[in-house]
Design a protein around this ligand. Structure first.
Ligand code: PEP
Ligand code: MG
Length: 889
């Protein structure tokens, strides 16, 4: 295998091998853009190193050959004493992991070559500053020295000199600092800072490989669901300097606004600064537009390049660049992260510009982004005190208690508190605090600061650079203009869409996207905003493309009507046990505990009209669309009195010698029916088979309701679904009784009802014998909640709270199988059962109604295995429609 690629050899499609950064540097190089020469070491080399602990044998020679070539191109040698070639060694994985892995700049500087650099640059200060940065970065990331030690030494130097910022330190001060830094390295790492430039480079490469498995990186990957086995590439790039004086600088640019999607000049620029200074939010940047005044030539060239990149990538690009003494260099580009709203707008803008088609537009947005747009927002009208305004870095409305460090954020959120993490600026060590918080507020840094970039990636609300706020992390408080002090634990609200910060809790209002789906805001109307317009169009693209139909899980008319407004094409699951809660619970309790036929029949008789009325309403709200009614499937314990409570009552009555015969009888019955594993006990079809008349009462209610709707000129399309079937025999018995009841109702009403009868496939045995079960079923609906529970042997009510965190941390799975379908296990049963069912009955209708029906990744899977529909909760219907469209395009 080839382990090293020159920038001229790669291209943007080699992200697996060269990482995102390497692939795009190669692409820009080949577009003729000004990229400093360099080469990329592949992810394969990294994987080999991480697996075996050793670099692949051929790597050293390949690196040597590429370094030689680079030295020829640049006309100088790495670390050459009189005129050193310096390089950066940067990580770059397939997926962007901002700030999570290591980077070392200025490699090639040593006690000797620092002099050569000073002479060549004509700037002693610059050379010694570069050298101290190298020792600092190298010491921290390669040699594992505590970074604070360097920071403290730097602070001490500033204090000694009585200056406020680094740039006021002079060459002589920095030279002394270098000596101090080298001592720190020697003491802490037990070795000298290496003077051999090649040794520096090789050690840095290894450190980058290893940073793939750093704790921060692992945590980030889990959060972002990035696989752990990809490895990182390493980019070795000749250095250009943004810190050579006022005609130099470094910046970040976007071809469109990553928050709104509008085209324009967006970004930040920092004069006389190097590398990470911009992203780290250490000094305050100026707007990119100001670069035109500072350096018109570079600005014009940058604008030209941005246009080239957009037309080439056909998408929003973000860019890192450096200007070295008036010469512009491109250090990175990639298809940029953006807010959910911007994703929808950009996709439609690009369609309008004729750059992409509808199918491609669907690939530019995700169901997760749509879900994010459906969150509520702050009420603008609310009477609350605005105390500051920062940059709207990542949209959303977050309310919580102010905390000033990550540790507290995690601790408080674990105990159920909602918190806002308030920091002067964040760095990668704050990651777990950011995950735990509802939102993030910083007083420094721009749209490209660490806080902003990471929050956007996580879809978390963030306001950054709120400079009027004085954040004092040591004393855990922040002072707002006017002098009011927010202490740890005080509630604040932040609006990531406007950048506003409020004291106290701001009430929230529904999102315009939800208003649109609800039909309260119309696309095309004059006051509809751009976002609603874009969502409307993307949904139309998705509906045109998708093959899967989308139904709702709903058991009352209100939910059904909402689902219909959201685009549901029927009800895929009406859980009838939900109709028996509240007042009716007692009736069901009586039915279940009935010890005489008379009591049982009486309770059934009372339930019948109530059920029928439920169904009439439901069929009316879904007129003309299928409604799948599932017969009763209660976990029995939910309908019975609590056994402990009842025992206490009986014991008390006994000790007081009060009459308690009824309680005692009840207690005995509850004991009789008590189950250790109610989920695997008397539920579903089993209950229907042992309580005579229960299922037939429900079937009668459905049939009579359908007949009533027909008589009222409605178009009811009921489907009767039998839960928890494990064998075709169960289904056959229920079916026979049901058919008879339906025939009776038809005869009595003269209506032709055309009710279909089908089953859930939610037990492994049902899936394994699907071919037989299809003999007695006109449709299957996969109950992936129970199927996941029984295939894994995971109690669905218990495991997420008990050991799932450990499983996720160990990487056994990246996401709960109750959330995203486990394709290899549960999914393969679904696929096989679908196939076997259709082999028996080619027109068998297939759907899914477990929670997975509204999960983006799972929807793609159900599309692939050929189901006819997915069914999910009303609020997830738009997401399912969109993902079904994406799956088909
Ligand atoms: C299922 O098991 O997936 C299902 C939809 O049924 P319930 O969640 O009601 O058990
Ligand atoms: Mg179930």
């Amino acid at each position: 295998a080839k382990f090293v690629y020159d920038f001229t050899e790669g291209n943007k499609d080699l992200k697996d091998l060269l990482g995102g950064k390497g692939a795009n540097l190669a692409e820009m190089t080949n577009l003729g853009l000004p990229v400093p020469p360099g080469f990329t070491i592949t992810t394969e080399a990294c994987k080999t190193y991480l697996d075996s602990g050793e670099e692949p044998a051929a790597l050293r020679d390949e690196v040597s050959a590429h370094l030689d070539a680079l030295e020829v191109t640049m006309g100088k040698k790495l670390g050459q004493a009189d005129d050193p070639l310096l390089v950066s060694v940067r990580s770059g994985a397939k997926f962007s992991m901002p700030g999570m892995m290591d980077t070392v700049l200025n490699i090639g500087l040593s006690d000797k070559s620092v002099q050569g650099l000073a002479k060549q640059a004509g700037d002693d200060r610059f050379a010694w500053d570069s050298y101290r940065r190298l020792i600092q970065m190298f010491g921290k990331t390669v040699l594992g020295v505590d970074g604070d030690l360097f920071e403290e030494a730097l602070e001490a130097a500033k204090t000694a000199k009585k200056v406020a910022v680094d740039t006021e330190l002079e060459a002589a001060d920095l030279k002394k600092l270098v000596t101090k830094f080298k001592k720190i390295v020697k003491t802490e790492a037990g070795r000298d800072f290496p003077q051999d430039p090649r040794e520096q480079m090789d050690l840095a490469i290894k450190a980058v490989f290893e940073s793939w498995n750093g704790e921060r990186a692992k945590l980030y990957r889990r959060q972002e669901r990035i696989p752990h086995d990809l490895g990182t590439a390493v980019n070795v790039c000749s250095m250009v300097f943004g810190n050579l004086g006022p005609d130099s600088g470094t910046g970040v640019a976007f071809t469109r606004d990553p928050a709104s999607g509008h085209q324009g000049v967006y970004g930040d620029y920092l004069q006389n600064a190097q590398g990470e200074d911009v992203v780290a939010g250490i000094r305050n940047t100026v707007a990119l537009a100001d670069l035109e005044q500072i350096d018109k030539k570079s600005y014009d060239q940058l604008m030209q390049i941005m246009e080239t990149l957009e037309n080439h990538y056909l998408d929003l690009c973000d860019i890192e660049f450096t200007i070295e003494r008036g010469q512009l260099w491109m250090l990175q580009t990639r298809v940029g992260k953006r807010t959910a709203g911007a994703a929808f707008r950009i996709a439609t803008q690009l369609v309008d510009q004729g750059l992409i088609d509808e199918a491609e537009a669907l690939q530019r947005v995700t169901g997760a982004q749509l879900a994010q747009l459906m969150f509520p927002r702050f009420d603008d009208e609310a009477k609350v005190e605005k105390v500051g305004r920062g940059i709207a870095a990542s949209p959303g409305a977050a309310v919580g208690k102010a905390v000033f460090d990550s540790y507290t954020a995690v601790k408080w959120s674990r105990s159920g508190e909602k918190v806002i993490l308030v920091r002067r600026e964040t760095n990668p060590d704050d990651l777990d605090g950011m995950i735990a918080a509802e939102g993030i507020l910083t007083s420094r840094g721009g749209k490209t600061s660490h806080a902003a970039v990471v929050a956007r990636g996580m879809g978390k609300t963030c306001v950054c650079g709120a400079e009027e706020l004085e954040v004092d992390t040591k004393r855990r408080r922040m002072t707002v203009p006017g002098g009011h002090v927010v202490e740890e634990g005080d509630v604040i609200s932040i609006d990531g869409s406007s950048g506003k910060v409020y004291l106290g809790e701001v009430p929230v209002v529904p999102s315009p996207v939800v208003e649109y789906f609800e039909g309260r805001m119309h696309a095309g109307a004059e006051d509809a905003d751009e976002l609603v317009e874009a969502v409307h169009r993307i949904m139309a693209f998705a509906d045109r493309k998708r093959r899967l139909r989308v139904r709702a899980n709903a058991d009352n008319a209100e939910d059904a009507l909402r689902a219909r407004r959201f685009g549901a094409q029927g009800i895929g699951l009406c859980r009838t046990e939900h109709m028996f809660l509240g007042d009716r619970r007692e009736l069901v309790e009586r039915l279940i505990l009935a010890d005489t036929e008379a009591v049982r029949e009486e309770s059934l008789k009372e339930l019948l009209p109530l059920q029928k009325q439920d169904f009439v309403q439901l069929f009316e709200s879904m007129d003309g669309l299928p409604v799948t009614v599932r017969l009763l499937d209660p976990p029995l314990h939910e309908f019975l009195p609590d056994i402990t409570e009842l025992s206490v009552r009986v014991a008390l009555a006994e000790s007081r010698q009060e009459p308690h015969e009824n309680e005692l009888r009840l207690l005995q019955a509850v004991h009789r029916l008590h189950e250790q594993n109610p989920m695997l006990g008397l539920r579903g079809v089993r209950l229907g088979l042992v309580i005579p008349g229960l299922f037939t009462m429900q079937v009668r209610a459905i049939a009579e309701a359908a007949a009533e709707r027909k008589a009222a000129k409605g178009d009811p399309r009921a489907e009767i679904m039998i839960p928890l079937v494990g064998t075709v025999q169960e289904l056959e018995i229920v079916r026979e009784e049901a058919d008879q009841v339906i025939a009776e109702v038809e005869a009595a009403t003269g209506a032709k009802l055309k009710l279909s009868i089908g089953t859930m496939i939610e037990l492994p045995r049902a899936a394994l014998t699907a071919g037989q079960i299809a003999e007695a079923a006109e449709f299957f609906s996969f109950g992936t909640n129970d199927l996941t529970q029984t295939v894994w042997g995971f109690s669905r009510d218990d495991v997420e709270a008990s050991f799932f965190t450990a499983y996720l941390e160990k990487g056994i799975f990246g996401v709960s199988p109750f959330e995203t379908i486990d394709k290899d296990g549960v999914g393969s049963l679904v696929a096989a059962a679908a196939k076997a069912g259709r082999a028996t009955r080619p027109d068998l209708k297939l759907g899914v109604c477990g929670e997975h029906g509204g999960d983006p990744e799972s929807v793609h899977f159900f599309h692939e295995v050929g189901l006819d529909y997915v069914s999910c909760s009303p609020f997830r219907i738009p997401v399912a429609r969109l993902e079904a469209g994406r799956a088909a395009s």
